[in-house]
Ligand binder design. Structure first.
Ligand code: SF4
Length: 411
């Protein structure tokens, strides 16, 4: 399977440990849903006090630059002081973006959050959530729920609207269905994120260590016995699946792995079009200019562009001289005057698609994390990977995997 994705051609996003686009705040690990593959234990009574939240924001301020803070969990809307937490993030000069399953979002709460300065929402919706009223629904059927939340935000206006979905082996082929829905709503959905399902497989290949001490891992949130269900879907595979519906789908920027420089751990695509037609995909030069310009003018790399800018697609053509992708889009757009005037005369929007490939275990036990991880959070005044914070909570450090002695010959 060739996805013609070459890390030497795509733009390597400049995001790093101390100078990134995003940071990740968890005011609670309590949740009202149970998602297959979730990496946070659902702890009742785990709401952090405003003092604790303020302390974590101060740690971020001391150790890391960012454009926006993802307020996540657990389910952040279960926190009774979520409105004040949003205001605290905004007061630091960062864009507060709430990562939520959306089940608790009412028009009244949305109004209060908007008044407090919320910049946007990332709604986590997929068929692996055991969501009351939506059980056993496939991704196409869940587009109805996505529509409700997209319309709610669109009516309120002025906020970034993103959706994320975990990609399970059983739902990989449904990824294009979500993107087709997102095209039909390109005027109100600014970002779509796909996160490949991951779990640590127990048993046959590895032992787990903290320092020199062997530890049990079988009761860790993100571990499971080997049920032969794939836990290694790659970003290029998702690209190939998307191309079954959007043949010229072309990413332009990425984050590599901490162990593998040619792994696409975060794979970013910018597409331009409207509900009638996708005219094409922005190139690496455009992504480089956007990140560099934001850093030069605002002091941080860009996470979320203002919605007002995303619906002014024709404006982007001013940058066509520097980016081949934009030149192709412009050619396709001008051509549509003859081939599809409705598409030509409709507004032109920009929409981002991100594919995330979390931790990958190498044969020798090394764990390939996302180099320049945007979802870094705070634990004990340190910056840590949020996807492995359960290890910090349990052992105060990240575990390492060691091939079973009897396996070393074969590794
Ligand atoms: S390293 Fe973990 S927390 Fe960071 S971006 Fe990758 S999956 Fe997310």
């Amino acid at each position: 399977m060739t996805s013609n994705l070459d890390p030497r051609v795509l733009y390597r996003l400049p995001w790093n440990f101390s100078d990134n686009a995003i940071s990740w705040l968890e005011p609670t690990s309590m949740c009202n849903l149970y998602c297959d593959g979730c990496y946070r234990e659902n702890r009742t009574g785990s709401h952090k006090s405003l003092h604790e939240v303020q302390h974590e924001l101060d740690v971020f301020e001391r150790l890391r630059k960012c454009d926006s803070v993802s307020i996540a969990g657990g389910e952040p809307l279960t926190h009774p002081e979520i409105v004040e937490i949003v205001a605290m993030v905004r007061r630091k000069g960062w864009k507060p973006v709430i990562n939520t399953n959306g089940a608790l979002l009412t028009p009244e709460l949305l109004r209060a959050l908007k008044k407090a300065g919320v910049a946007g929402f990332t709604f986590h919706i997929d068929s692996g959530q055991n969501r009351p009223g939506w059980k056993d629904k496939n991704e196409a059927e869940l587009n109805v729920l996505r529509q409700q939340l997209a319309d709610l935000l669109h009516t309120a206006g002025g906020m970034t609207c993103s959706f994320n979905a975990t990609v399970y082996p059983e739902t990989l082929t449904e990824v294009p269905t979500i993107l087709q829905w997102a095209q039909q709503n390109i005027d109100r959905v600014h970002v779509v994120v796909f996160i490949n399902y991951r779990m640590a497989i127990l048993g046959k290949d590895f032992d787990f260590y903290i320092g020199d001490e062997q530890v049990r891992f079988d009761d860790m949130m993100y571990s499971k016995k080997d049920d032969h269900r794939r836990t290694d879907i790659t970003s290029p595979e998702v690209v190939e699946t998307i191309r079954t519906v959007y043949p010229d789908f072309m990413p332009s920027a990425y984050l590599n792995g901490t162990e593998r420089s040619n792994a696409f751990k975060w794979l970013m695509t910018g597409r331009m079009g409207n509900r009638h037609k996708i005219f094409g995909y922005t190139g690496p030069k455009f992504m480089e200019l956007v990140q560099t310009w934001n850093h030069f003018t605002k002091g941080s790399y860009l996470a979320y562009a203002p919605p007002a800018l995303q619906r002014r697609g024709r404006l982007y053509f001013l940058l066509a001289p520097i980016d081949r992708g934009l030149r192709r889009i412009m050619t396709s757009y001008l051509g549509s005057l003859l081939t599809g005037p409705r598409a030509f005369f409709s507004r032109l929007h920009f929409q981002s698609i991100m594919i995330i490939q979390p931790a990958d275990v190498q044969k020798d036990g090394r764990i390939d994390m996302c180099d320049g991880c945007p979802d870094i959070t705070v634990w004990n005044d340190e910056l840590v990977w949020s996807c492995r914070m359960e290890e910090q909570m349990r052992w105060g450090g990240n575990m390492r995997m060691v091939p079973h002695k009897e396996n070393t010959e074969t590794v």
